[in-house]
Design a protein around this ligand. Structure first.
Ligand SMILES: *[C@@H]1O[C@H](CO)[C@@H](O)[C@H](O)[C@H]1NC(C)=O
Ligand SMILES: *[C@@H]1O[C@H](CO)[C@@H](O)[C@H](O)[C@H]1NC(C)=O
Ligand SMILES: *[C@@H]1O[C@H](CO)[C@@H](O)[C@H](O)[C@H]1NC(C)=O
Ligand SMILES: *[C@@H]1O[C@H](CO)[C@@H](O)[C@H](O)[C@H]1NC(C)=O
Ligand SMILES: *[C@@H]1O[C@H](CO)[C@@H](O)[C@H](O)[C@H]1NC(C)=O
Ligand SMILES: *[C@@H]1O[C@H](CO)[C@@H](O)[C@H](O)[C@H]1NC(C)=O
Ligand SMILES: *[C@@H]1O[C@H](CO)[C@@H](O)[C@H](O)[C@H]1NC(C)=O
Ligand SMILES: *[C@@H]1O[C@H](CO)[C@@H](O)[C@H](O)[C@H]1NC(C)=O
Ligand SMILES: *[C@@H]1O[C@H](CO)[C@@H](O)[C@H](O)[C@H]1NC(C)=O
Ligand SMILES: *[C@@H]1O[C@H](CO)[C@@H](O)[C@H](O)[C@H]1NC(C)=O
Length: 774
C-alpha cells in the first residue's frame, strides 16, 4: 500500500509539473503572432525572430532564423556581430538564450607545428559585439591548451572602449605530468577577463615552437568560453584531431544581455522602460550599464511582455511547493492550512504539520523512507538528464560534420597541395584562341603590368578573362608560374578565381573568372560616366579587400604577401564585390620566416618606405599599401599626382601632415564626409595613420585592420545612429517619440572610439620576451 502510494506520488510529480510549465512557457514567450522557436532554440521576448518584424524590442534583439539548415540555425543580427577565423567573418550562431545570457557558438585559435618547429597551420579566433547591450560574461575564461603555449587575448582596437591584454601560460615537459580535469598551467591554463568587454581577439603563441614536446603535443590552442562547459581531458586532448571542432561545439561563449545603456531610474516613466506588471527593474552591474527586468517573488512569466508577470499557482505544483493540507493560492504566495488534528505551517519552508498529539515512530519511519525514495528519484533524474545532455552534444557534433564545418576546409587547405581548386583545368590553345577570336584586339579588357588581359567566351558560354604575358620574357614567365602556384592554393570569395591555365603556348595563358566591373582605381579616379561610389560601398570594398589580404597573410602553411596592393589591383564584379587580383609579384613565405629579402617591387605611391629602404619584405608591407588604398577611398585622390603641389604630391605624406595639423576634413572627399559619420571617419583616419606607420612593427596586422574595418562598417548600419535625419521607415518601429535608448550621444562606445589604440607588439613582448612567430 505504502509502495503504491509512493509510486503514484512519483509518477505524479514527474509528469504533471512538466506539462504545466511548458504550457505556461508557451503562452508567455513572444508577442502575439510571433514565432517562439528557431529549430531547437527558444527565442523569448525581448528577443524576436525576424528582421524588423516587430517581434523584438529593437533591432539589436532581432534573431535571424535560417531555415536552410536542418534543424534551422539562429544568428545574431548580422550587422552587430562578426567572428573571425582566418580573415573570414561569420555571423554568430546562437545556441541558447536565457534570462541573463546568450550563448553563442565558439571558435578556437590554433597553431600546429612540425617536428622542427615550423608552423603548419595558424588560426586566430575572435568576436566583435558592437553593442553595449551585449558584453562578454564573467562566466567565460580564457583557456590555453598545450605544453609550450601561451594565450594572448586582446580587444579589437577602434571598437573596444577598453584597453587590456590577458593571457596565461601552459608549460610541461613530459606527458605524465599533465593532469586531467585541471587547468592549472600544466597542459592547460585558464584566466579571467575584465568585465564589460564587447570584443576580443585570441591568438596562441609558443616559446620553443613545440620542438621540445612535439612527440606528444603538436598543437597549441587558445579560446575564450564558458568555464563550466570545458573540461580538460589531459594529454588525450593533445592527440584528439577533433579538439578544435569539439571545443567550438561544446564550449559556448557567454554574453550578458541588458536593455538600454543607463540605470533603471533613467528609464522609469519613459517609453524605454520595458518592465511590465509585477516585475521590478534591476541595474546591471559589471557591464556597460543597462538594466534587466525580473518578476517579483511569487510571480513568474516574461517580465518584458505586457501585461507582465502572472501569479504562480503554487498549489498546482506540489513538487516545488508541497502542501500537506488545504492549499489556497494567494497573489504572490499561498496558504497551506494543516488538516484537522494537525497543527503548524504545512509549507515546505514552514514548520510542517505535526499531529496535535505526539509523533508516532511509524510516522518517522515512513518519513525516512520518503526521503530515501526522494534521493533515489533525484539521482535517477540526474542520470537521465546527463545522458540527455551527452546525446545533445553528440548530435550537434554530427550536424556540424554533416554541414561541413569551416575547420574541415581549413585543414584541407593546410596540407601542401590540398588547397588546389579541383575545378582547375588545363585549357588547350585552340580552346582559348576560339574564345578570344584569335586574341583579337577587340577582346582586350586591359593591359596590366605583366601582360594583356583578353575577354574570352568559352564553348559553354562562360565568360572568362584570359591573361597573356608579353612575349618571351623569362622574368615574366616566372611571375606567371608564381601566380599559378599561389592562386591554386587560394580559395576566397574576394580573391579572383583562377579557372585554369594553358601551358602549351610559348607564353603561358591564365584563365580567370571574369570580373566585369573594372578596377577600384577606375571607379574612384576615372570619371567616365561611372556612378559615384557611395561611402557605404567604399567601406564594404575596404572590408572585403582587407579580409582577403588577411586571409592571404594567414592562409595555410605558407602565407602569401601580395606585394602590389593598390586600387588598380582590386577588381569589382557586377555586384560591386571586391576581388583582389594580380599575384604576379606575390611571395609565399614560410611562417617562421617573418621577413625575406627581395628585390624591391611594387608601385610607387603605395610602396612601403621601410621595405623600400631595407629590402626586407614582411606582411606589414601590404598593410602599408592597403593604408594608401584606404586613403584613396577616403579622399578620392590618387596616391601620387605630379599635378599637385610639392607638399601634396604624395597622398600618404599629405595625409599625415593634415592629420598632425588637425586638418583631416580638408583632405577628405566632401561627399565622403557627407555620407560617413564623424566618428567613423575619424576612426578610419586613425587606422590609416597606424597602417602608414614608418615602422612596420608598429603597424596593425591585416587581420586587425580587417576586423576593425568590419566593425566600423557595421556601425553605419545602426539606423538610429543616422545623423543626417534620413527617415528610415523600417526602423522607426522601434523608436518611440522621445526614445533615447538608441541615442548615440549616450552610447559609451562612441565616446571611447577615439581613445582606443592598438596594443603594440612591444606589449606582447614585454609580457613574454620570447621568439614570437609573428
Ligand atoms: C502566461 O501563461 C499563463 C498560464 O498559461 C496565463 O495564465 C497568463 O495569462 C499568461 N500571461 C500572458 C502575459 O500571456
Ligand atoms: C532538435 O529538435 C529535433 C526535433 O525538432 C530533435 O529531434 C533533436 O534532437 C533536437 N536537437 C538538439 C541538438 O537538441
Ligand atoms: C542561410 O544559410 C545558407 C547556407 O549558409 C545561405 O546560403 C543563405 O544565404 C542563408 N539564408 C539567409 C536568409 O541568411
Ligand atoms: C537554455 O536556456 C534555457 C532558458 O531559456 C535553460 O532552461 C536551458 O537549460 C538552457 N539550455 C542549455 C543547454 O544551457
Ligand atoms: C618542417 O617544415 C619545414 C618547412 O616546410 C621543412 O623544411 C622541415 O624539413 C620540416 N621538418 C620535418 C621534420 O618534417
Ligand atoms: C513616475 O510618474 C509617477 C506619476 O506619473 C510619479 O508619481 C513618479 O514619481 C514618477 N517616477 C519617477 C521616477 O519619475
Ligand atoms: C491561511 O488559512 C487559514 C485557514 O483558512 C487562516 O486561518 C490563515 O489566516 C491563513 N493565513 C494567511 C497568511 O492567509
Ligand atoms: C515561506 O516562503 C514564502 C514564500 O514562498 C514566504 O512568504 C514565507 O514568509 C516563508 N515562510 C517562512 C517561515 O520562511
Ligand atoms: C504531511 O501530513 C501528514 C499527515 O497528514 C504527516 O504525517 C506528514 O508528516 C506531513 N509531512 C510533512 C512534510 O509535513
Ligand atoms: C592602452 O595601453 C597602451 C600601453 O599601455 C597605451 O599606449 C595606450 O594609450 C592605451 N590606450 C588607451 C585607450 O588607454
Amino acid at each position: 500500500m505504502l509502495l503504491l502510494t509512493l509510486i503514484l506520488f512519483i509518477s505524479h510529480i514527474s509528469f504533471s509539473p512538466l506539462a504545466a510549465t511548458t504550457a505556461a512557457a508557451a503562452n508567455n514567450l513572444t508577442l502575439p503572432g510571433c514565432p517562439a522557436k528557431c529549430g531547437n532554440l527558444t527565442v523569448p521576448y525581448p528577443f524576436g525572430i525576424g528582421t524588423n518584424s516587430g517581434c523584438s524590442i529593437g533591432p539589436w534583439f532581432d534573431i535571424t532564423c535560417n531555415t536552410s539548415f536542418n534543424p534551422p540555425k539562429a544568428f545574431l543580427p548580422p550587422n552587430l556581430f562578426s567572428y573571425t577565423g582566418i580573415g573570414m567573418f561569420h555571423e554568430v550562431e546562437v545556441i541558447n538564450i536565457s534570462n541573463e545570457h546568450i550563448r553563442v557558438k565558439n571558435t578556437v585559435a590554433s597553431k600546429c607545428y612540425n617536428q622542427t618547429g615550423y608552423v603548419l597551420q595558424d588560426d586566430a579566433s575572435g568576436l566583435v559585439v558592437q553593442s553595449s547591450y551585449f558584453t562578454l560574461s564573467e562566466l567565460n575564461k580564457v583557456f590555453a591548451v598545450g605544453c609550450d603555449d601561451y594565450a594572448y587575448v586582446s580587444p579589437v582596437s577602434g571598437i573596444e572602449g577598453k584597453n587590456f591584454s590577458s593571457g596565461c601560460v601552459t608549460i610541461c615537459s613530459n606527458v605524465q605530468d599533465v593532469p586531467v580535469g585541471s587547468c592549472s598551467g600544466m597542459g592547460c591554463c585558464a584566466t579571467s577577463l575584465p568585465t564589460g568587454l564587447t570584443t576580443y581577439l585570441a591568438n596562441v603563441f609558443t616559446i620553443y615552437s613545440h620542438t621540445r614536446v612535439w612527440s606528444f603535443n603538436k598543437c597549441g590552442y587558445t579560446f575564450l568560453g564558458e568555464e563550466s562547459a570545458f573540461t580538460f581531458q589531459g594529454a588525450s586532448d593533445f592527440v584528439d584531431p577533433d579538439f578544435v571542432v569539439r571545443t567550438a561545439e561544446s564550449v559556448p561563449v557567454v554574453l550578458n544581455w541588458v536593455i538600454g545603456r543607463e540605470k533603471c531610474n533613467y528609464y522609469k516613466n519613459t517609453s524605454d522602460y520595458y518592465c511590465q506588471g509585477n516585475s521590478f527593474c534591476l541595474d546591471f552591474e559589471g557591464g556597460n550599464g543597462g538594466y534587466r527586468c525580473s518578476c517579483v517573488n511569487g510571480y513568474q512569466g516574461n517580465p518584458y511582455l505586457p501585461p507582465g508577470c502572472y501569479d504562480i499557482d503554487e498549489c498546482a505544483d506540489p513538487n516545488t511547493n508541497p502542501c500537506n493540507g488545504t492549499c489556497t493560492n494567494l497573489p504572490g504566495s499561498y496558504n497551506c492550512s494543516c488538516p484537522h488534528g494537525y497543527e503548524g505551517d504545512g509549507r515546505r519552508n514552514g514548520t510542517g504539520c505535526t499531529a496535535r498529539n505526539s509523533k508516532s515512530p511509524a510516522l518517522k519511519l515512513s518519513l525516512g523512507m520518503g526521503i530515501g525514495f526522494m534521493s533515489v528519484f533525484i539521482g535517477m533524474g540526474w542520470l537521465y538528464f546527463s545522458h540527455q545532455r551527452r546525446k545533445v552534444v553528440k548530435l550537434r557534433e554530427k550536424f556540424f560534420l554533416k554541414n561541413g564545418g569551416m575547420l574541415l576546409k581549413q585543414q584541407i587547405s593546410s596540407d601542401e597541395f590540398g588547397g588546389v581548386n579541383r575545378s582547375n583545368k588545363i585549357f588547350t590553345t585552340q580552346e582559348l584562341e576560339k574564345a578570344t577570336k584569335n586574341f583579337s584586339s577587340s577582346m582586350i579588357l586591359g593591359r596590366g603590368g605583366y601582360g594583356t588581359v583578353y575577354k574570352g567566351i568559352l564553348l559553354d558560354g562562360t565568360i572568362v578573362a584570359i591573361k597573356k604575358s608579353r612575349v618571351m620574357d623569362e622574368n615574366q614567365i616566372e611571375q606567371f608560374i608564381n601566380e599559378v602556384v599561389i592562386l591554386t592554393r587560394i580559395n576566397h570569395r574576394n580573391v579572383v578565381k583562377l579557372l585554369g591555365c594553358c601551358l602549351e603556348t610559348e607564353v603561358p595563358l591564365l584563365v580567370y573568372e571574369c570580373v566585369s566591373n573594372g578596377t577600384l582605381f577606375h571607379h574612384i579616379h576615372v570619371n567616365d560616366g561611372l556612378s559615384w561610389l557611395s561611402w557605404d560601398r567604399r567601406l564594404r570594398i575596404a572590408v572585403e579587400s582587407a579580409g582577403a589580404l588577411a586571409y592571404l597573410h594567414s592562409a595555410a602553411s605558407k602565407p602569401v604577401i601580395h606585394r602590389d596592393v593598390k586600387s588598380a589591383n582590386i577588381l569589382l564584379d557586377e555586384n560591386m564585390v571586391a576581388k583582389i587580383s594580380d599575384f604576379g609579384a606575390s611571395r609565399l613565405i614560410a611562417l617562421d620566416q617573418t621577413q625575406v629579402t627581395t628585390m624591391v617591387q611594387g608601385t610607387i605611391g603605395y610602396l612601403d618606405p621601410e621595405y623600400f629602404h631595407t629590402s626586407q619584405l614582411t606582411d606589414k608591407s601590404d598593410v602599408y599599401s592597403f593604408g594608401v588604398v584606404l586613403l584613396e577611398l577616403l579622399t578620392s585622390k590618387k596616391p601620387l599626382c605630379m599635378d599637385r603641389s610639392q607638399a601634396e604630391r604624395n597622398l600618404a605624406a599629405y595625409f599625415l601632415v593634415s592629420l598632425r595639423s588637425n586638418n583631416l576634413f580638408q583632405i577628405l572627399d566632401p561627399r565622403v564626409v557627407r555620407e560617413g559619420s564623424l566618428e567613423q571617419l575619424e576612426a578610419i583616419a586613425s587606422l590609416v595613420k597606424r597602417c602608414l606607420n614608418m615602422n612596420g612593427y608598429d603597424r596593425p596586422t591585416m587581420k586587425e585592420v580587417a576586423i576593425e574595418l568590419e566593425g566600423l562598417r557595421k556601425l553605419t548600419k545602426q539606423p538610429w545612429v543616422n545623423q543626417h535625419g534620413n527617415e528610415d521607415v523600417s526602423t522607426r518601429v522601434y523608436e518611440g517619440e522621445h526614445s533615447d535608448l538608441y541615442n548615440p550621444s549616450i552610447n559609451p562606445y562612441m565616446d571611447s572610439m577615439e581613445a582606443s589604440s592598438l596594443y603594440s607588439s612591444d606589449q606582447i613582448h614585454s609580457l613574454y620576451p620570447v621568439n614570437d612567430p609573428r
